[in-house]
Ligand binder design. Structure first.
Ligand code: URA
Length: 212
């Protein structure tokens, strides 16, 4: 599994502002979208394209268009929703499927409560949006479901990751005939006893939408 930690001053700046407990939900939402667009630029560098020819006002030119089937973007509810606009801004023709996953705060085990994904994901490049790669339980469960539907090329875009989560995803898919990548703005020190990333940015869902 490839892990790409995007090293860019704007990425670092926006991540720092997301971490700041004084950043309001409104600003957090805006920053998260902007950060995702920057991460998505890196995460989509392997998009499959087909050659096309277009007529410019001056002459014909060779170019490319995104290949079919279209890439699929899958935000994991609820916090992944805060990353969707930033992703589709960059790739407006992508299709979007939704996956609702929740982790039990005691056992930290993830379960699915909503599945709005196509049944057949063969030949699809899939981009999973999940802000926090913490224990990795949610992401592994989500990717397993995508693989069951035939996906073979999955890129997870995470605002922040913990080494424990990266290791869990790596070991879950190592040696399997699939491409799994994680693209993130940073890898933090460790998880605390409640499964939160340290220093992290807190509960991404609460930071995005307020505590409910
Ligand atoms: N989920 C979050 O929102 N934050 C963490 O630090 C870990 C999991």
């Amino acid at each position: 599994m490839e892990t790409l930690v995007v090293d860019h001053p704007l990425v670092a700046h926006k991540l720092t502002r997301l971490r700041d407990a004084d950043t309001s939900s409104a600003t957090f939402r805006l920053l998260a979208e902007e950060l995702v667009t920057l991460l998505a630029y890196e995460a989509t560098d392997g998009l499959i394209v087909r050659p096309v020819r277009v007529a410019t006002p001056v002459a014909d030119a060779d170019g490319v268009a995104l290949a079919e089937p279209k890439p699929l973007v899958v935000p994991i509810l609820r916090a992944g929703l805060g990353m969707l606009n930033g992703m589709v801004r960059l790739m407006p023709t992508a299709e979007v499927g939704f996956l609702g996953m929740v982790r039990d705060e005691t056992s930290l085990i993830a379960s699915t409560y909503a599945d709005r994904l196509p049944q057949d994901l063969a030949n699809r490049q899939v981009f999973v949006l999940d802000p926090m790669l913490a224990t990795g339980g949610t992401l592994v469960a989500a990717i397993e479901l995508l693989l069951e539907r035939g996906a073979r090329d999955v890129t997870a875009i995470c605002l922040l990751a913990a080494p424990e989560g990266i290791e869990r995803v790596r070991s879950a898919f190592e040696g399997r005939p699939v491409t799994v990548r994680v693209v993130t703005a940073g890898v933090d020190a460790h998880l605390n006893e409640r499964g939160y990333i340290v220093p992290g940015l807190g509960d991404a869902g609460d930071r995005l939408y307020g505590v409910v």
